[in-house]
Write a protein that binds this ligand. Structure first.
Ligand SMILES: [Zn+2]
Length: 355
Protein backbone atom coordinates (compact mmCIF):
# COMPACT_ATOMS: atom_id res chain seq x y z
CA UNK A 1 0.00 0.00 0.00
CA UNK A 2 1.35 3.40 -0.87
CA UNK A 3 1.90 5.82 1.95
CA UNK A 4 -1.14 8.08 2.27
CA UNK A 5 -0.22 11.75 2.53
CA UNK A 6 -3.48 12.97 4.11
CA UNK A 7 -3.26 16.36 2.42
CA UNK A 8 -6.85 16.59 1.17
CA UNK A 9 -9.75 17.19 3.55
CA UNK A 10 -11.45 14.17 2.05
CA UNK A 11 -8.49 11.86 2.74
CA UNK A 12 -8.33 13.22 6.28
CA UNK A 13 -12.01 12.65 6.91
CA UNK A 14 -11.79 9.10 5.59
CA UNK A 15 -8.86 8.48 7.95
CA UNK A 16 -10.97 9.80 10.84
CA UNK A 17 -13.89 7.58 9.83
CA UNK A 18 -11.75 4.43 9.84
CA UNK A 19 -9.80 5.58 12.96
CA UNK A 20 -6.56 5.20 11.02
CA UNK A 21 -3.60 5.15 13.44
CA UNK A 22 -1.27 5.75 10.47
CA UNK A 23 -2.77 9.22 10.24
CA UNK A 24 -1.80 10.06 13.83
CA UNK A 25 1.07 12.56 13.88
CA UNK A 26 -0.01 13.68 10.40
CA UNK A 27 -2.90 15.89 11.51
CA UNK A 28 -5.49 16.34 14.27
CA UNK A 29 -9.20 17.03 13.94
CA UNK A 30 -11.27 19.41 16.06
CA UNK A 31 -15.02 19.42 16.67
CA UNK A 32 -16.58 22.89 16.75
CA UNK A 33 -19.63 21.79 18.79
CA UNK A 34 -17.54 20.34 21.67
CA UNK A 35 -14.42 22.51 21.39
CA UNK A 36 -12.25 19.38 21.62
CA UNK A 37 -9.59 18.04 19.25
CA UNK A 38 -8.49 14.43 18.73
CA UNK A 39 -6.04 12.12 17.00
CA UNK A 40 -7.53 10.40 13.93
CA UNK A 41 -7.34 7.04 15.76
CA UNK A 42 -9.30 8.25 18.84
CA UNK A 43 -11.80 5.65 20.06
CA UNK A 44 -14.39 8.30 20.98
CA UNK A 45 -17.66 8.60 19.02
CA UNK A 46 -17.23 10.10 15.53
CA UNK A 47 -18.61 13.62 15.12
CA UNK A 48 -20.65 14.91 12.18
CA UNK A 49 -18.49 15.81 9.21
CA UNK A 50 -19.96 19.33 9.13
CA UNK A 51 -18.63 20.06 12.66
CA UNK A 52 -15.05 18.91 11.98
CA UNK A 53 -12.03 21.14 11.33
CA UNK A 54 -8.55 19.83 10.53
CA UNK A 55 -5.25 21.15 11.86
CA UNK A 56 -1.73 20.03 10.95
CA UNK A 57 -0.83 19.42 14.61
CA UNK A 58 -1.87 19.92 18.23
CA UNK A 59 -0.27 23.36 18.36
CA UNK A 60 -2.51 24.52 15.52
CA UNK A 61 -5.66 23.23 17.21
CA UNK A 62 -4.66 24.74 20.56
CA UNK A 63 -3.98 28.10 18.89
CA UNK A 64 -7.48 27.97 17.38
CA UNK A 65 -8.91 27.63 20.91
CA UNK A 66 -9.62 23.87 21.05
CA UNK A 67 -8.89 21.68 24.07
CA UNK A 68 -7.12 18.29 23.77
CA UNK A 69 -9.26 15.17 24.15
CA UNK A 70 -8.60 13.39 27.47
CA UNK A 71 -8.99 10.02 25.85
CA UNK A 72 -6.49 10.14 22.97
CA UNK A 73 -4.29 12.94 24.39
CA UNK A 74 -3.38 14.45 21.02
CA UNK A 75 -1.13 17.06 22.68
CA UNK A 76 1.11 14.36 24.21
CA UNK A 77 3.79 12.19 22.61
CA UNK A 78 2.50 9.26 20.53
CA UNK A 79 1.89 6.01 22.46
CA UNK A 80 5.10 4.30 21.25
CA UNK A 81 7.21 7.23 22.34
CA UNK A 82 5.35 7.40 25.66
CA UNK A 83 6.22 3.74 26.26
CA UNK A 84 9.89 4.43 25.58
CA UNK A 85 9.73 7.41 27.95
CA UNK A 86 8.20 5.22 30.66
CA UNK A 87 11.02 2.68 30.20
CA UNK A 88 13.58 5.48 30.46
CA UNK A 89 11.83 6.69 33.63
CA UNK A 90 12.04 3.14 35.03
CA UNK A 91 15.79 3.10 34.30
CA UNK A 92 16.20 6.37 36.21
CA UNK A 93 14.12 4.99 39.07
CA UNK A 94 16.31 1.87 39.29
CA UNK A 95 19.46 3.97 39.19
CA UNK A 96 18.28 6.12 42.10
CA UNK A 97 16.86 3.29 44.22
CA UNK A 98 18.96 1.92 47.09
CA UNK A 99 17.38 -1.54 47.02
CA UNK A 100 16.49 -3.62 43.95
CA UNK A 101 12.91 -3.00 42.78
CA UNK A 102 10.55 -5.86 42.05
CA UNK A 103 8.93 -6.31 38.67
CA UNK A 104 5.57 -5.46 40.26
CA UNK A 105 6.89 -2.16 41.65
CA UNK A 106 8.51 -1.19 38.37
CA UNK A 107 5.41 -2.08 36.37
CA UNK A 108 3.16 -0.11 38.71
CA UNK A 109 5.38 2.95 38.40
CA UNK A 110 5.26 2.69 34.62
CA UNK A 111 1.47 2.22 34.68
CA UNK A 112 1.78 -1.09 32.81
CA UNK A 113 1.04 -4.71 33.63
CA UNK A 114 4.11 -6.65 34.85
CA UNK A 115 3.92 -8.79 31.71
CA UNK A 116 3.92 -5.81 29.35
CA UNK A 117 6.51 -3.91 31.32
CA UNK A 118 8.91 -6.87 31.19
CA UNK A 119 8.38 -7.28 27.45
CA UNK A 120 8.70 -3.57 26.68
CA UNK A 121 11.73 -3.17 28.90
CA UNK A 122 13.54 -6.00 27.20
CA UNK A 123 12.54 -4.74 23.75
CA UNK A 124 13.95 -1.28 24.49
CA UNK A 125 17.07 -2.12 26.53
CA UNK A 126 17.90 -5.66 25.40
CA UNK A 127 18.06 -6.76 29.04
CA UNK A 128 15.48 -7.96 31.55
CA UNK A 129 14.78 -5.53 34.43
CA UNK A 130 16.56 -8.00 36.71
CA UNK A 131 19.72 -8.15 34.59
CA UNK A 132 19.64 -4.37 34.27
CA UNK A 133 19.56 -3.96 38.05
CA UNK A 134 22.38 -6.44 38.47
CA UNK A 135 24.52 -4.44 36.08
CA UNK A 136 23.61 -1.27 37.96
CA UNK A 137 24.54 -2.77 41.29
CA UNK A 138 27.88 -3.91 39.93
CA UNK A 139 28.51 -0.35 38.81
CA UNK A 140 27.54 0.95 42.25
CA UNK A 141 29.88 -1.49 43.94
CA UNK A 142 32.60 -0.40 41.56
CA UNK A 143 32.11 3.21 42.53
CA UNK A 144 31.76 2.41 46.22
CA UNK A 145 34.83 0.17 46.34
CA UNK A 146 36.95 2.99 45.07
CA UNK A 147 35.88 5.08 48.05
CA UNK A 148 35.21 2.61 50.85
CA UNK A 149 37.86 0.96 52.94
CA UNK A 150 35.93 -2.15 53.81
CA UNK A 151 34.30 -4.40 51.22
CA UNK A 152 31.25 -5.08 53.40
CA UNK A 153 30.49 -1.37 53.68
CA UNK A 154 30.57 -1.14 49.92
CA UNK A 155 28.19 -4.07 49.62
CA UNK A 156 25.65 -2.55 51.97
CA UNK A 157 26.02 0.78 50.24
CA UNK A 158 25.15 -0.96 46.95
CA UNK A 159 22.05 -2.57 48.41
CA UNK A 160 23.16 -6.16 48.81
CA UNK A 161 21.31 -7.63 51.77
CA UNK A 162 24.04 -10.10 52.59
CA UNK A 163 27.61 -10.59 51.54
CA UNK A 164 27.29 -14.10 50.14
CA UNK A 165 24.64 -13.08 47.60
CA UNK A 166 27.06 -10.47 46.42
CA UNK A 167 30.00 -12.83 46.13
CA UNK A 168 27.91 -15.15 43.95
CA UNK A 169 27.01 -12.32 41.62
CA UNK A 170 30.38 -10.64 41.80
CA UNK A 171 32.11 -13.79 40.68
CA UNK A 172 30.16 -13.67 37.44
CA UNK A 173 29.94 -9.92 37.10
CA UNK A 174 33.13 -8.34 38.40
CA UNK A 175 35.30 -11.19 37.08
CA UNK A 176 37.48 -10.77 40.17
CA UNK A 177 37.05 -10.62 43.91
CA UNK A 178 35.77 -7.33 45.34
CA UNK A 179 39.00 -7.03 47.29
CA UNK A 180 41.07 -7.22 44.10
CA UNK A 181 38.71 -4.75 42.57
CA UNK A 182 39.09 -2.35 45.45
CA UNK A 183 42.80 -2.35 44.81
CA UNK A 184 42.29 -0.88 41.38
CA UNK A 185 41.24 -3.88 39.34
CA UNK A 186 42.89 -4.68 36.07
CA UNK A 187 39.68 -4.17 34.10
CA UNK A 188 40.13 -0.46 34.71
CA UNK A 189 42.37 -0.42 31.65
CA UNK A 190 39.68 -1.84 29.33
CA UNK A 191 38.50 0.53 26.58
CA UNK A 192 35.61 -0.05 24.22
CA UNK A 193 33.83 1.33 21.21
CA UNK A 194 30.85 0.49 18.98
CA UNK A 195 30.85 -0.27 15.27
CA UNK A 196 28.23 -1.54 12.84
CA UNK A 197 28.70 -5.04 11.42
CA UNK A 198 26.59 -7.51 9.46
CA UNK A 199 25.21 -8.86 12.75
CA UNK A 200 23.90 -5.43 13.73
CA UNK A 201 25.78 -3.29 16.19
CA UNK A 202 28.98 -4.61 17.74
CA UNK A 203 30.84 -3.59 20.87
CA UNK A 204 34.59 -4.24 20.79
CA UNK A 205 36.68 -3.92 23.94
CA UNK A 206 40.38 -4.34 24.53
CA UNK A 207 42.68 -4.50 27.53
CA UNK A 208 46.40 -3.94 27.60
CA UNK A 209 46.80 -7.59 26.61
CA UNK A 210 44.48 -7.66 23.61
CA UNK A 211 40.88 -7.81 22.44
CA UNK A 212 38.87 -8.96 25.47
CA UNK A 213 35.22 -8.67 24.40
CA UNK A 214 33.27 -8.76 21.14
CA UNK A 215 29.56 -8.40 21.81
CA UNK A 216 26.96 -8.08 19.05
CA UNK A 217 23.63 -6.45 19.91
CA UNK A 218 21.05 -3.84 19.04
CA UNK A 219 21.39 -0.89 21.35
CA UNK A 220 24.30 1.05 22.78
CA UNK A 221 22.75 1.05 26.26
CA UNK A 222 22.30 -2.72 26.40
CA UNK A 223 25.79 -3.42 25.05
CA UNK A 224 27.40 -0.99 27.44
CA UNK A 225 25.55 -2.60 30.37
CA UNK A 226 26.64 -6.05 29.17
CA UNK A 227 30.26 -4.96 28.95
CA UNK A 228 30.25 -3.22 32.33
CA UNK A 229 28.91 -6.41 33.90
CA UNK A 230 32.01 -8.17 32.52
CA UNK A 231 34.57 -5.37 32.91
CA UNK A 232 33.22 -2.85 35.42
CA UNK A 233 36.10 -0.43 34.91
CA UNK A 234 35.78 -0.25 31.13
CA UNK A 235 35.80 3.20 29.55
CA UNK A 236 34.75 4.41 26.08
CA UNK A 237 37.83 4.68 23.86
CA UNK A 238 39.25 8.03 22.73
CA UNK A 239 42.08 6.44 20.82
CA UNK A 240 42.29 6.56 16.99
CA UNK A 241 44.70 3.60 16.92
CA UNK A 242 42.02 1.52 18.61
CA UNK A 243 39.53 2.43 15.87
CA UNK A 244 41.89 0.88 13.33
CA UNK A 245 42.05 -2.29 15.35
CA UNK A 246 38.24 -2.31 15.61
CA UNK A 247 38.01 -2.06 11.82
CA UNK A 248 40.10 -5.25 11.64
CA UNK A 249 37.81 -6.94 14.15
CA UNK A 250 34.70 -5.99 12.15
CA UNK A 251 36.31 -7.18 8.90
CA UNK A 252 36.89 -10.55 10.54
CA UNK A 253 33.33 -10.70 11.94
CA UNK A 254 31.92 -10.07 8.48
CA UNK A 255 34.19 -12.71 6.88
CA UNK A 256 35.25 -15.15 9.64
CA UNK A 257 36.78 -17.62 7.17
CA UNK A 258 39.75 -15.23 7.05
CA UNK A 259 42.67 -15.16 9.43
CA UNK A 260 42.46 -13.59 12.90
CA UNK A 261 45.65 -11.61 13.41
CA UNK A 262 45.12 -9.62 16.62
CA UNK A 263 46.18 -10.47 20.17
CA UNK A 264 43.36 -11.76 22.38
CA UNK A 265 42.92 -11.36 26.10
CA UNK A 266 40.97 -14.51 26.99
CA UNK A 267 39.91 -14.60 30.62
CA UNK A 268 38.23 -17.63 32.11
CA UNK A 269 38.80 -20.74 34.17
CA UNK A 270 41.26 -23.35 32.89
CA UNK A 271 38.32 -25.49 31.77
CA UNK A 272 36.66 -22.60 29.91
CA UNK A 273 39.92 -21.79 28.17
CA UNK A 274 40.25 -25.40 27.08
CA UNK A 275 36.72 -25.37 25.60
CA UNK A 276 37.28 -22.01 23.91
CA UNK A 277 40.53 -23.22 22.36
CA UNK A 278 38.74 -26.30 20.99
CA UNK A 279 36.05 -23.99 19.55
CA UNK A 280 38.69 -22.00 17.72
CA UNK A 281 39.82 -25.21 16.02
CA UNK A 282 36.40 -25.69 14.36
CA UNK A 283 36.78 -24.27 10.84
CA UNK A 284 34.22 -21.88 9.37
CA UNK A 285 31.46 -23.79 7.59
CA UNK A 286 31.65 -26.78 9.99
CA UNK A 287 29.76 -27.52 13.18
CA UNK A 288 30.22 -29.85 16.16
CA UNK A 289 27.75 -31.07 18.77
CA UNK A 290 28.29 -30.35 22.46
CA UNK A 291 29.13 -34.00 23.10
CA UNK A 292 31.62 -34.10 20.21
CA UNK A 293 33.28 -31.02 21.67
CA UNK A 294 33.38 -32.64 25.13
CA UNK A 295 35.04 -35.72 23.62
CA UNK A 296 37.50 -33.53 21.75
CA UNK A 297 38.84 -32.00 24.95
CA UNK A 298 39.05 -35.47 26.53
CA UNK A 299 36.10 -34.98 28.91
CA UNK A 300 33.23 -36.90 27.29
CA UNK A 301 31.13 -36.73 30.49
CA UNK A 302 31.31 -32.92 30.75
CA UNK A 303 28.72 -32.06 28.07
CA UNK A 304 26.78 -29.64 30.29
CA UNK A 305 29.91 -27.90 31.52
CA UNK A 306 31.02 -27.58 27.90
CA UNK A 307 27.68 -26.00 27.01
CA UNK A 308 27.98 -23.45 29.82
CA UNK A 309 31.56 -22.64 28.83
CA UNK A 310 30.23 -21.92 25.32
CA UNK A 311 27.55 -19.68 26.82
CA UNK A 312 30.19 -17.80 28.85
CA UNK A 313 32.12 -16.82 25.72
CA UNK A 314 32.82 -13.07 25.53
CA UNK A 315 34.39 -13.04 22.07
CA UNK A 316 31.61 -13.56 19.51
CA UNK A 317 32.65 -15.20 16.23
CA UNK A 318 36.38 -15.08 17.09
CA UNK A 319 35.69 -17.89 19.55
CA UNK A 320 33.06 -19.48 17.31
CA UNK A 321 30.63 -20.85 19.87
CA UNK A 322 27.99 -20.48 17.13
CA UNK A 323 29.54 -23.54 15.45
CA UNK A 324 28.30 -25.82 18.22
CA UNK A 325 24.85 -27.32 17.68
CA UNK A 326 22.76 -29.90 19.48
CA UNK A 327 23.33 -33.61 18.82
CA UNK A 328 20.21 -33.73 16.63
CA UNK A 329 21.47 -30.80 14.55
CA UNK A 330 19.09 -28.26 16.13
CA UNK A 331 20.66 -24.87 16.72
CA UNK A 332 20.08 -24.80 20.50
CA UNK A 333 20.77 -21.55 22.30
CA UNK A 334 23.19 -18.79 21.51
CA UNK A 335 24.29 -16.10 23.89
CA UNK A 336 23.52 -13.46 21.26
CA UNK A 337 20.25 -14.97 19.98
CA UNK A 338 19.41 -17.99 17.86
CA UNK A 339 18.59 -15.77 14.87
CA UNK A 340 22.17 -14.45 14.84
CA UNK A 341 23.54 -17.97 15.18
CA UNK A 342 21.44 -19.12 12.22
CA UNK A 343 22.58 -16.15 10.13
CA UNK A 344 26.25 -16.82 10.93
CA UNK A 345 26.02 -20.51 10.09
CA UNK A 346 24.08 -19.85 6.87
CA UNK A 347 26.70 -17.34 5.75
CA UNK A 348 29.60 -19.69 6.52
CA UNK A 349 27.91 -22.59 4.74
CA UNK A 350 27.41 -20.39 1.68
CA UNK A 351 31.06 -19.25 1.63
CA UNK A 352 32.23 -22.85 2.00
CA UNK A 353 30.05 -23.92 -0.95
CA UNK A 354 31.37 -21.15 -3.15
CA UNK A 355 34.97 -22.17 -2.52
ZN1 LIG B 1 -9.84 11.87 21.33
Amino acid sequence: MKREDFTSEQARWQAVERRDAQADERFVFAVVTTGIFCRPSCRARRPLRANVRFYPDAAGALAAGFRPCKRCQPDKAPPEQQKAMRIAAACRLMASSDAPLTLAELAQNAAMSPYHFHRQFKAVTGLTPKAWQQALRVQKVRNALRKEEKVTDALYAAGYACGSAFYREADAALGMTPRQYGRGGESASVVWTLAPCQLGLCLVAQSERGVCAILPGESREALEAELLALFPGAQPSQDAAFDERVAQVIAFLDAPQGKWALPLDIRGTAFQQQVWQALRDIPAGSTLSYSELARKIGKPGAVRAVASACAANKLAVVIPCHRVVRGDGALAGYRWGVARKAALLAREAKVKKEK
